[in-house]
Design a protein around this ligand. Structure first.
Ligand SMILES: Nc1nc2c(ncn2[C@@H]2O[C@H](COP(=O)(O)OP(=O)(O)OP(=O)(O)O)[C@@H](O)[C@H]2O)c(=O)[nH]1
Length: 551
């Protein structure tokens, strides 16, 4: 490509400038433009793009649900600005360990800084959007396709002759299921995959309301598909039955982003997957936890940051929300029983099977000391991959359940660092907290005694300690109620202190006015605060107020 052609192409695109961050048309509706590169890799003789090892390169974003359908090879940075997707800068990449792609990867073929440079290399006159995925032909130096639905099909079938048999036999678009897959894809594409965008990018109330209702009407339909399948046969967990297909892949990329992003960022907030759609939620967890490719290609950090920090029209200050704001945060190593304890407290059932948590929030209304409390409880992930989110939860949480398992010594050791983290983030030694030694029913496997727990509780300044069994619901309610009481007490103290400070200021102002200094015999703020605490505590114990708003 000559420099002149490049300049001409660039000038052309400036003339018909596409505003990358402006989405809706004049009538307030968002219309997705068709992808422009629509060639195909094909095993047919004399195909323009024959399958070949090492000839093609795939550019994707962890954030983009369209790129997420295909296998990542080069990953752009999560941030998109007026010039579209970019690759991470040298500074962003420096200091990262080999194989760490948390900020994306450098552009390996030309050292480009921007994805759009690939588009102009393929066609200097290109005037469309610069989207991912991009399937690049290194030999012809052009884009084969930037249409995710077509790329996924090419990858599914056209390289089979070159792949080891166990990979080649994976077929996401099997002949006997094609019509059902196409039918589901039609329903999901326009109404769910693209439906969330049409909702989020709408610029009129009327269009927004129409689109958001449409998204949820179709989630209801998908929920029904799963339910009907499983009513027929318990093992029919996928959209078309017992087989994982392309239809599942295409739905997954939207559903995994739904609760963390689309609910608030695209205002798809009629409901959440985890609360309103039990069948879809089970399917999501099955894919994420049991089929490594789904988890390995999902990066929640890229997903959350991309949307919230790239769409200026929707979120001008680029603030990434923390929420939902939990009151009680359940922390601890993987597999100690955090979910089991939480579900036992909230729903009164015991979860037998181990299904590692991504992050689940629960609501429960209880009465503590005659006061009604609405609790938001966050069951966090013990798995290291999600610990980056922990800081955020700790910041917003009011009380903490620190859980270890009496069958696992390391899980107690891990809590020491977790408690330090809580105190550091809260910048206080006075944080509502309980220590829980779970699985107390497993006498034969126990490696930690009650005394081990008591010792740690004493080292922590007599933090209340409970040995629990989620299985038998032993001490579960007691532990939660204890932390709620501590939260209530702390809130009462804080509001009393505030009130007292105000009174002090008033009094000082008054005395200042009088011009009289009260030396020594006057008010000692510490003793006043102490007195006040005592009186608040005694008032509180008499109080039978019907509502304590913890949220
Ligand atoms: N015997 C017994 N087993 C338990 C108890 N609590 C949890 N389990 C089992 O321990 C396993 C892990 O429990 P989870 O509640 O999923 O553990 P978690 O801490 O939430 O795990 P992550 O999601 O990985 O952080 C499951 O198989 C549970 O059935 C208990 O009190 N007694």
């Amino acid at each position: 490509m000559s420099f002149l052609r490049f300049i001409r192409g660039f000038a052309n695109t400036q003339k018909n400038k596409i505003e990358i961050l402006k989405f809706a048309d004049k009538d307030g509706a968002y219309r997705r433009l068709p992808s422009q590169f629509r060639n195909a890799i094909s095993r047919e003789p004399n195909a323009e793009f024959p399958p070949d090892l090492n000839r093609y390169h795939l550019y994707v974003s962890f954030a983009c649900p369209w790129a997420h359908r295909a296998l990542p090879v080069s990953v752009v940075h999560w941030h998109m600005d007026d010039n579209g997707w970019r690759f991470p800068t040298k500074e962003e990449l420096s200091g990262l360990k080999n194989g760490d792609i948390s900020v994306g990867t450098a552009e390996p073929n030309y050292g480009f800084e921007r994805l759009k440079e690939l588009y102009f290399k393929a066609n200097p006159e290109y005037n469309g959007r610069f989207t991912v995925p991009v399937l690049w032909d290194k030999q012809k130096e052009t884009i084969v396709s930037n249409e995710s639905a077509e790329i996924i099909r090419m990858l599914n079938s056209e390289f089979n002759d070159l792949l080891p048999a166990d990979y080649a036999q994976v077929d996401l678009y099997p002949e006997n299921l094609r019509s059902r897959i196409d039918e589901i894809n039609d329903l999901v594409y326009d109404n769910i995959n693209n439906g969330v965008y049409k909702t989020g990018f709408a610029t009129s109330q009327e269009v927004y309301e129409k689109e958001v209702k449409n998204v949820f009407a179709h989630l209801d339909k998908v929920e029904q598909i799963f339910k009907t399948n499983q009513d027929k046969n318990h093992n029919d967990k996928f959209l078309t039955g017992t087989t994982l297909t392309e239809a599942d892949v295409r739905l997954f990329t939207t559903i995994v982003r739904f609760d963390p992003v689309y609910v608030q960022h695209f205002k798809c907030n009629i409901g959440m997957i985890r609360h309103q759609y039990p069948y879809i939620n089970d399917w999501l967890r099955l894919l994420y936890w049991k089929i490594p490719a789904f988890k390995d290609s999902t990066n929640f950090e890229h997903i959350k940051k991309h949307y919230t920090k790239s769409h200026k029209a929707i979120n001008p200050h680029g603030i990434t929300p923390v929420g939902p704001i939990p009151d009680i945060v359940v922390l601890g190593a993987g597999g100690v029983g955090k979910s089991s304890v939480t579900v036992q407290f909230v729903q009164g059932v015991y979860v037998e099977s181990y299904d590692p948590t991504i992050e689940d929030s629960y609501r429960k209304s209880i009465e503590v000391d005659g006061r009604a409390c609405d609790l938001e409880i966050l069951d966090t992930a013990g798995v290291a991959q999600f610990t980056a989110m922990r800081e955020l939860y700790i910041k917003s949480g009011k009380g903490f359940l620190l859980v270890y398992s009496v069958t696992d010594e390391n899980s107690l050791t891990e809590l020491l660092a977790l408690r330090e983290q809580v105190l550091r983030i809260k910048d206080s030694e006075n944080v509502p907290m309980v220590l829980i030694g779970n699985k107390s029913d497993l006498d034969d496997d126990r490696v930690l005694s009650i005394d081990d727990g008591i010792k740690v509780s004493q080292q922590w300044g007599s933090v209340p300690f409970y040995e629990t069994s989620a299985m038998y619901k032993t001490n579960v309610d007691e532990a939660f109620i204890d932390v709620v009481r501590q939260i209530m007490l702390k809130e009462a103290q804080i509001s009393a202190e505030k009130k007292q400070q105000k009174e002090l200021q008033k009094q000082q102002a008054l005395e200042g006015d009088k011009g009289a200094a009260v030396n020594g015999a006057g008010i000692d703020s510490e003793s006043v605060l102490k007195r006040n605490r005592q009186s608040t505590a005694s008032k509180k114990s008499k109080s039978h107020s019907k509502c304590c708003t913890i949220v």
